[in-house]
Design a protein around this ligand. Structure first.
Ligand code: GDP
Length: 687
């Protein structure tokens, strides 16, 4: 019997999650009573714990949907708040506090909210019951509230008082039943008194004969009758007040004793909390059982409609938030795998090499071709210092040039190649991961995007310092000595000529672009004007006066053009020098710094790439998918659902499927209960 009710409560809870158009509901017991009628005491006596918030200022502002689950395996009561994902709470003071806070989330001026609080209490001492503690319906109705609010309260409460729910109308014995707001409200919703159980509290406060009159009254007949209870024992001692479950044991003893002592007066009436619990169980089971078949029909109809939609819109294709996420993550993994085939050691090498080439060009510009840049130019410096012509005629014993090359080389080898190269690869991988995500369905999902990014970052961060240190260690010998073979020199000669030619091409291109923008004639006028200015000894006053012929922007462009012209000349000059027979031999390295630095850059690249490839790149390709799996497995069900539902199409798909699954589950469970009922019926008739 118990099992049946529990299964039906389960079905009821499943159906509560399905937002159905035809309002499929299995009954629950709705508790109503005016303030101080003893409503909380009755509910708490059923549960065996004090858990309801107390206070005169409308502390119940939301319906509390209370599911009691008989759990013989437990030692004491535990509470769950499924919506808050707070489970197995054993401290009922915190349950009381949580209920208070959840109620207080509704501002006082709004009075009531239709959004119920779900609370599950499991205990070896509770029956399987589904109860609703309705907000202070009656006290509010009686109070001086604006019409608008009264309407709102009525709408929320009336929904719960509707059939097939059972109404538990609580009235105190010391208040005339004619004045009971609970009975009045129950009559409105259930005029024939078929679904209402009357509970008369505080029986101990009236004479037993009077109590009997109330319990057997014919004035307010209820088919399920009245039950009299004593749910609060008078305080025996102010010093040793029992608490928790003990308080309920002592109260139960008091109640039992009270009805025992007045046995005769209460003969033939229904009294006691134990009896009330039993009656509630019976009534609920009966009511649920009779609602089951109509509910089955409604669920079947709803399921047919939902299955049809699922077939037409989504071709019966199964999609859960989890499979959607897994699918999206798989596309990222596949894309990274494809990328790993495109980006290996050779690509790593060329990336690092071009970065070092750039460094070499900067070093050469700074230390050899140190023509002032247009930004710093005051217009007066125009000489190459030291003059490269001198370099051509320097001799092997010229210490100045030997030293200069040594310094330039150290600048390159001691520039933190370990850190720079590791950072370069790390950035390249992270930006590729970004590109990959941009091309998948994860594009519009900030949370999932972050998970992918964090996975990549975490794998790379884990290796960053050790890789940078290892690379730095391995290039250490080059900081002291660099030996070159003829073959290496020849290759670097070719490479530096190619590099300078490319630099020259870019310079010419930028100059031509400038010419196009300013106009050829104007630009050459501007350049000769600036050259004249540089050569002339005219004072500042005069210069400013003449500057007025050209705008500031034009002067800036003119200086840029002059820089590019000088740079072009210089590059041509250096290309020629590198092509000359002097630069054919590595012994002349100090005369050909471009070639020597290029050879150093090549050595640094080769060594660094060996480590970067194994320590960083291969490690990343191996560990990134694994890290991604770990991060994904740490996501909560809610996070995954939220992620999937960010896409409206996926949201609809997932929702229809979830609805279909819930309805199927409810159908199966109802079928099981119906089969059990069929099986039990002949047994009952045989007995
Ligand atoms: P609620 O406002 O309807 O929830 O009522 P409560 O359960 O808080 O009870 C109101 C007051 O009546 C409290 O002071 C209780 O101690 C007292 N009370 C409740 N039930 C009984 C009872 O059966 N006997 C006696 N003597 N007092 C009771």
């Amino acid at each position: 019997m118990l099992n049946l009710t529990r299964q039906m409560i389960e079905i009821r809870n499943i159906l509560a999650k399905v937002d159905t158009s035809n309002n499929i509901r299995l009954p629950s017991i709705v508790v109503i009573g005016s303030q101080s009628s003893g409503k909380s005491s009755v509910l708490e006596a059923i549960v065996g714990q004090e858990f309801l918030p107390k206070g005169s200022n409308m502390v119940t502002r939301r319906p509390i949907e209370l599911t009691l689950v008989n759990s013989p395996e437990l030692a004491a009561e535990v509470a769950d708040f499924p919506a808050l994902q707070m489970n197995n709470i054993t401290d009922f003071t915190s349950v009381q506090k949580l209920l208070y806070d959840l109620n207080m989330q509704v501002p006082a001026h709004e009075c009531i909210s239709a959004d119920p609080i779900q609370l599950i209490i499991k205990s070896p001492r509770v029956p399987d019951l589904s109860l609703v503690d309705l907000p202070g319906y009656i006290q509010v109705e009686a109070a001086d509230q604006p019409m608008e609010l009264k309407k709102k309260i009525k709408i929320v409460c009336d929904k719960y008082l509707e059939s097939p729910n059972i109404i538990l109308a609580i009235s105190a014995a010391d208040v005339d039943l004619a004045n009971s707001a609970a009975i009045r409200a129950a009559k409105m919703a259930d005029s024939r008194g078929e679904r209402t159980i009357g509970v008369i509290t505080k029986i101990d406060l009236v004479d037993p004969t009077r109590a009997r009159e109330i319990l057997t009254n014919k004035k307010y007949p209820l088919k399920m009758g009245y039950v009299g209870v004593v749910t609060k024992a008078p305080q025996q001692s102010i010093f040793r007040k029992p608490t928790g479950f003990q308080a309920f044991v002592s109260q139960q003893n008091f109640e039992r004793q009270y009805f025992k002592e007045n046995k005769e007066e209460f003969q033939g009436t229904s009294v006691g909390t134990r009896l009330l619990k039993k009656r509630l169980m019976k009534v609920l089971e009966k009511s649920m059982a009779s609602s089951l078949r109509p509910t089955y029909m409604l669920v079947q109809q709803e399921l047919e409609e939902t299955s049809y939609k699922f077939k037409v819109e989504f071709n019966d294709r199964s999609l859960t938030p989890e499979t959607y996420l897994a699918g999206s993550i798989d596309t990222v993994k596949v894309a990274v795998k494809e990328f790993s085939e495109r980006f290996g050691r050779p690509e790593l090498r060329s990336l690092l090499r071009s970065e070092l080439d750039q460094r070499c060009l900067e070093l050469l510009a700074e230390r050899y071709w140190n023509k002032p840049s247009p930004a710093n130019s005051t217009g007066s410096e125009h000489l190459i210092e030291p003059n490269l012509q001198e370099l051509q005629h320097a001799t092997l014993n010229d210490l100045y040039w030997v030293r200069k090359l040594d310094l330039a080389t150290s600048s390159l080898t001691k520039s933190g190649v370990g850190r720079m190269s590791t950072l370069l690869i790390t950035h390249a991988l992270l930006s590729e991961i970004d590109n990959i995500v941009d091309n998948t369905t994860l594009r519009g999902h900030p949370m999932a995007r972050n998970v992918v990014k964090e996975s990549a970052q975490s794998v790379l961060n884990g290796k960053f310092f050790s890789t940078a240190d290892q690379v730095e260690n391995c290039i250490k010998p080059y900081k002291y000595e660099i030996e070159l073979e003829d073959r290496e020199w020849a290759l670097s000669r070719e490479h530096s000529i190619m590099l300078l030619k490319e630099e020259l091409r870019q310079c010419t291109e930028t100059y031509n672009e400038l010419k196009k923008q300013v106009g050829g004639r104007k630009l050459s006028q501007l350049v000769s004007y600036l050259e004249e200015q540089n050569n002339s000894k005219q004072d500042q006053q005069q210069q400013q006066h003449e500057n007025l012929n050209f705008s500031y922007a034009l002067i800036k462009r003119g200086k840029e053009a002059m820089f590019l012209k000088d740079r072009t000349e210089l590059l041509k000059f250096r290309i020629q020098a590198l092509k000359s027979s002097q630069c054919k031999f590595k012994e002349n390295k100090y005369k050909c710094p471009e070639i020597f630095l290029d050879a150093v850059a090549e050595k640094l690249t080769q060594t660094a790439v060996l480590f970067l490839n194994v320590e960083l790149l291969s490690d990343f390709y191996y560990n990134f998918p694994r890290e991604l799996d770990i991060k994904i497995s740490n996501l909560t069900k809610e996070q995954i659902e939220l992620f999937a539902k960010e896409d409206p199409k996926v949201k609809r798909h997932v929702e229809i499927q979830q609805r279909k699954e819930l309805l199927e589950l409810a159908m199966n469970k109802i079928e099981d209960v119906l089969a059990l009922q069929k099986y039990k019926a002949p047994l009952a008739s045989n007995n």
